[in-house]
Design a protein around this ligand. Structure first.
Ligand code: COA
Length: 182
């Protein structure tokens, strides 16, 4: 699904464009992911584990754009991608067709400007329009920023997965499993 381009005003007065990324955004999107993944320990991949080529990334963006049950949004500030968020169907099987998965990230330099909230509002509204009945996500227990964002938008914790992530130093973080019924 394609989200038409929209300009919003951030908390500091700057203008930010929200839009569906195009295959032509593959290189800036890869740059964004590499930077962002190096700024948080709370996502699944390390920057080294995000190793798509521009061609692979362009194919992914093309297929997301053409998937009527999925939406990817990028936030662009001064021509640079600074955030990315998506909802996608949990699977193609009829019994899980009502469930969407959500993911979101913002580059650290642009936290607390309202970008995360703006993306969440649009993803939730789009999930409703697409006919999903619930949105699900997983968040690392110590990730207070993300947890607060999700609570703010009506997600609730329905379970805890012990040791969801293991780090190079041998330590673990539990995961919270969250859901929002639409
Ligand atoms: C979580 C994240 C997406 C928030 O994005 P953001 O653009 O800073 O969000 P906003 O400015 O819209 O703030 C939204 C809410 O998040 C929460 N929040 C943000 N920063 C916070 C902080 N430092 N402490 C506590 N809560 C915080 C608040 O509930 C805030 O709502 P409020 O502004 O009404 O108080 C961003 O910090 C991020 O990308 N982190 C790294 C990647 C990540 O953890 N992704 C989620 C994986 S599950």
């Amino acid at each position: 699904m394609i989200y038409p381009s929209e300009t919003i005003t951030l908390r500091d007065g700057r203008r930010c464009v929200l839009r569906s990324p195009e295959p032509e955004d593959a290189v800036p999107m890869l740059r964004y992911m590499k930077i962002m993944l190096g700024q948080t320990p709370f996502l699944l991949r390390t920057p080294e584990e995000f190793d798509y080529t521009p061609e692979q990334e362009a194919r992914i963006l093309e297929s997301r754009k053409n998937d009527p049950r999925s939406l990817m949004l990028a936030a662009e500030l001064d021509g640079e991608i600074v955030a990315n968020a998506s909802i996608a169907s949990h699977g193609s099987k009829s019994r899980v067709f009502h469930r969407a998965e959500l993911g979101i990230s913002v580059r650290e330099e642009f936290w607390r400007l309202g970008i995360g909230s703006a993306l969440m509002e649009r993803l939730i509204a789009s999930a409703e329009k697409l006919g999903f009945e619930q949105i699900e996500l997983t968040v690392s227990a110590p990730n207070r920023r993300a947890l607060n964002l999700y609570l703010k938008y009506g997600f609730t914790v329905y379970g805890t997965r012990p040791h969801g992530m293991k780090y190079a130093d041998g330590s673990y973080h539990d995961d919270y499993l969250m859901v929002k019924m639409l």
